[in-house]
Design a protein around this ligand. Structure first.
Ligand code: HEM
Ligand SMILES: *[C@@H]1O[C@H](CO)[C@@H](O)[C@H](O)[C@H]1NC(C)=O
Ligand SMILES: *[C@@H]1O[C@H](CO)[C@@H](O)[C@H](O)[C@H]1NC(C)=O
Ligand SMILES: *[C@@H]1O[C@H](CO)[C@@H](O)[C@H](O)[C@H]1NC(C)=O
Length: 498
């Protein structure tokens, strides 16, 4: 066989194979050395029929997602196989872990060893290269750029929310008839986010004609496509969806108008970024960069990261309050102490019980319930290996570490036997550290955390100042709606009384 080939070609072939083999041996030896140096032991392998593609697991995951039981499935799996295990899906090797120590390593201690994977590909056409999609140096730049704007946003006055919450309140029935709050909250947060980002709201709570309604529907459509694109992994490049790209184009054109305005306004007014005492995020950001493409990427990132998450939290808060009359009554007393006054930053900060409620809702229903990071180089996790799960685990470059915050937040060994119960009072003494990650942790922790908690608190207080009574009009159990964020599949059907 060989003598019929060109001898030079044969030689090259042999050397290539040899080189590949040697490389493999070398890599495996150096990994063994790394492993033994750090005392790494293998984590449990999820039993799978074959580990080349891992088709069985993929099928299971897809079925669970279809039945809206993905989070429960993840939780059952870790109950059965332990808090750290490895698995293969679509030919990709995963380490799944729910150990606080491991999450601390991935998100903080060994932050440099991990990156995002697939986010640029799935979110890129919509967001561009902004804080949410970028990694490494480019991310550092974005983060530094937008951080000062948030410091100011957190303590700004809440007039930016007031008009919008009043629009929502005006849509709520006062005769104790049923209303689904969830779709209204998604409009509310779009309206308030566009207001503080652009200085002008799309007012989607009001029925509109023309361009403004289109912004809302294009944004909804484009963001609903993201999880689908994310799931496709590297194959997303082959996926052509005309409507998705058209929506992105429409959104970009719309945002570009505001970017242009911000650039001229900030030139005119110099340092002053408050328009009649109003805080505008884009004007603030235009002080840090004059690049219109970057400005667009950053505000789109913030809109995507901040809108659905805030709407989901608001929805889950009312879902839970309506089903827990004692908690509602206790919150009612705290709200009444304000004597009907519009709350400011300090007043909201003093509302201890409301804070405990938000913590507890985010524990049971973390709106970003699972997440993952990609190993950029060989590294390790501090625990999860060996038969007792106490040894470090080696992580090879290219492996994905996946973590399910929903599962973590319901661990009975960490939160007690009543971990499934909604009990805000537990927060009077709870300090869970890395066992509680609704906003993620480490250098990439949610930059809008304080702002989001303030916004949600403000909206909750204003609704409770308008309505005395709240009742659930839904007898079914909570079911997951796992889209860009986690919300309730059956919506939030409640009734109010004045
Ligand atoms: C209840 C509301 C919110 C929750 C639960 C939440 C949660 C999170 C989580 C878990 C991440 C980390 C994602 C990851 O790195 O994989 C994140 C990142 C981020 N969040 Fe939030 N978020 C909320 C509201 C907001 C709001 C209101 C804003 C902006 C106004 C915002 C802006 C961002 C940004 C820009 C990032 C990316 C940060 C970075 O990569 O450096 N978030 N958020
Ligand atoms: C999870 O486990 C519980 C208790 O064993 C069981 O009732 C439930 O059906 C399981 N759920 C799924 C989705 O497998
Ligand atoms: C959440 O889990 C599902 C199933 O394992 C996975 O397809 C999806 O990519 C995960 N999301 C993230 C952000 O890791
Ligand atoms: C699920 O959530 C998404 C937004 O996160 C929303 O667009 C969709 O309508 C929700 N589905 C149901 C059935 O509520």
């Amino acid at each position: 066989m060989l003598n019929r080939l060109n001898p030079l070609f044969a030689l090259v072939l042999i050397f290539s194979i040899l080189y590949a083999l040697l490389r493999k041996v070398y890599l495996s030896l150096s990994r063994q050395k790394f492993s033994s140096k750090h005392g790494c032991k293998p984590a449990l392998r999820l039993p799978q029929r074959e580990r080349l593609i891992g088709f069985d697991l993929l099928k299971e995951q897809m079925l669970a997602a279809k039945n809206h039981k993905l989070l429960e499935t993840m939780r059952n799996r870790s109950a059965k196989y332990g808090n750290t295990y490895t698995a293969t899906m679509m030919g990709q090797s995963y380490i799944v872990t729910n150990e606080p120590e491991n999450l601390k390593a991935v998100l903080a201690m060994n932050f440099q060893d991990f990156g995002l994977r697939g986010r640029k590909e799935s979110f890129g056409p919509l967001l561009g290269n902004g804080i949410f999609t970028s990694d490494g140096k480019s991310w550092e730049h974005s983060r530094a750029l937008i951080r000062p704007s948030f410091v100011k946003a957190q303590v700004s006055n809440f007039d930016i929310f007031e008009n919008h919450i009043q629009s929502l309140i005006s849509l709520l029935p006062r005769d104790f008839s049923t209303v689904d709050l969830q779709p209204l909250f998604f409009r509310l947060t779009l309206d308030s986010a566009t207001e503080y980002l652009f200085g002008e709201s799309v007012d989607s709570l009001h029925v509109h004609d023309g361009s403004q309604e289109t912004f809302a529907s294009a944004f909804d459509y484009a963001s609903s496509e993201i999880p689908k694109r994310y799931r496709m992994g590297p194959f997303v490049a082959l996926y052509r969806n005309k409507r998705f790209f058209e929506s992105c184009k429409l959104l970009h054109d719309f945002v570009d108008g505001f970017v242009e305005k911000a650039l001229t306004e900030t030139t005119k007014r110099g340092e002053q970024t408050e328009d009649k005492g109003r805080y505008v995020f884009l004007y603030e950001l235009a002080k840090a960069t004059r690049d219109p493409i970057q400005l667009r990427a950053e505000v789109m990132s913030i809109l995507l990261a901040g809108r659905d998450s805030t709407a989901s939290l608001l929805s889950l808060v009312f879902f839970t309050l309506a089903r827990n009359p004692m908690v509602f009554a206790k919150l009612r007393r705290e709200v009444d102490e304000l004597g009907g006054k519009k709350p400011d930053y300090e007043m909201l900060r003093q509302m201890r019980y409301l804070k405990d409620i938000l913590n507890e809702v985010l524990r049971l229903y973390p709106v970003v319930p699972n997440n993952s990071r990609y190993a950029l180089r060989d590294t390790m996790l501090p625990c999860g290996g060996g038969p007792d799960g106490k040894s470090p685990v080696f992580v090879a470059r290219g492996q994905i570490v996946t973590y399910c915050v929903y599962d973590l937040h319901r661990r009975r060994d960490l939160y007690g036997a009543d971990a499934d119960q909604f009990r805000p009072e537990r927060w009077e003494s709870l300090r869970p550290g890395w066992a509680y990650l609704p906003f993620n942790g480490g250098p990439r922790v949610c930059i809008g955390q304080q702002f989001a908690l303030m916004e949600v608190s403000y909206m909750v207080v204003r609704i409770l100042q308008t309505f005395r009574g709240l009742e659930s009009r839904d007898t079914e159990e909570w079911k997951e709606n796992l889209s860009a964020t986690l919300s309730s599949l059956n919506g939030v059907k409640v009734a109010f009384s004045v």
